[in-house]
Design a protein around this ligand. Structure first.
Ligand code: SAM
Length: 283
């Protein structure tokens, strides 16, 4: 973090920040301040103010659980205190960021996670692919394990006056770890699955399947005999009952001769043609 205009001349000082409440802010003796903070019971944030590389060099290895950062774009915004983002060429920008992330690797615990939000830039009309250049540099040269590239869909995005290309309205949020076994609490971030509902008297599954379309397909089938059609209707009714009773939340029905091919009709490459050729229908 770099807030030099507001930087206290003497370390440490107390600061009240809108999002964090009371914080301790220090701009020197980082090692000592960090060690004091570690044994202190307070959970108020400690803000270390200075050049990121200089600050991190003073911090002990294997001591942080998580790092989340959103570094400056390359060549887009000038921050008051300068810093990363104004390198004359993008390769130096990538190198500078990677030097910082190598320190992140050192200070992070084996169980820790590193979340990197990073946006792309153009140079002479060419989209540079900076997020992936950086991500691959980290996996190839620093031993990071990349677990996810989450797309931050910015919905509206910032102003873009270009008349000869689409706007870019996403950024990557990379999740890196140091070792295959790391702390991850999946249950705390699960969203509840979509539920079945009844719309105008019809059961609608979690993904919007109603059964009406399948009934029509059975009716129009030129492949199924009348007897096979009766069985298919009955089985469909039974599945719809299970959806309505909450036993299952979703289904798909594959009817022989009625299925659009997804990639090929060849039985070698697709399980679906093989399945639907054999059976009258499957769920
Ligand atoms: C995109 S902003 C993100 C700020 C912060 N994460 C937030 O959400 O408010 C990037 C920040 O990195 C800071 N910065 C750039 N180079 C730096 C350096 N060498 N050391 C520390 N901070 C730096 C800039 O001043 C700017 O505040």
């Amino acid at each position: 973090m770099r807030i030099e205009d507001d930087a206290p001349s003497q370390s440490p000082q107390n600061l009240r920040l809108p999002l964090f409440g009371d914080c301790l802010i220090v701009n020197q003796d980082f090692q000592e301040q960090f060690e004091n903070y570690r044994v202190n019971k307070s959970i108020a944030p400690l803000l270390l103010l200075g050049d990121v590389l200089e600050v991190m060099k003073e911090l002990p290895s294997d001591s942080f659980d998580c790092c989340m950062t959103s570094p400056p774009y390359w060549g887009k915004r000038e921050y008051d205190a300068g810093g990363i983002g104004w390198e004359p060429d993008f390769k130096t920008y990538v190198d500078n960021l990677c030097s910082v992330f190598s320190e992140v690797h050192r200070v992070l615990k084996k169980t820790g996670s590193f979340w990197l939000n990073i946006g792309d830039s153009y140079y002479h009309k060419n989209l540079l692919g900076l997020p992936w250049r950086i991500a691959l540099n980290l996996t190839d040269n620093q031993g990071w394990i990349l677990r996810n590239s989450v797309i931050w869909n910015k919905v509206k995005g910032g102003p873009d006056h270009s008349k000869d290309r689409l706007r870019n309205i996403h950024e990557n949020l990379f999740h890196f770890v140091k070792s295959p076994k790391y702390y991850y609490d999946i249950d705390s971030i699960r969203s509840s699955p979509r539920k079945t509902k009844v719309v105008n008297g019809s059961v609608v599954s979690a993904t919007g399947v109603t059964g009406i379309r399948y009934k029509r397909k059975i009716e129009l089938s030129t492949d199924l005999s009348e007897n096979e059609k009766r069985n298919a209707y009955q089985a469909l009714e039974e599945i719809l009952r299970q959806v309505s009773d909450g036993i299952i939340s979703d289904f798909r029905m594959i009817i022989r001769g009625q299925q659009r091919t997804t990639h090929s009709d060849s039985e070698k490459v697709s399980g679906r043609p093989k399945n639907s050729k054999k059976k009258d229908f499957t769920f």
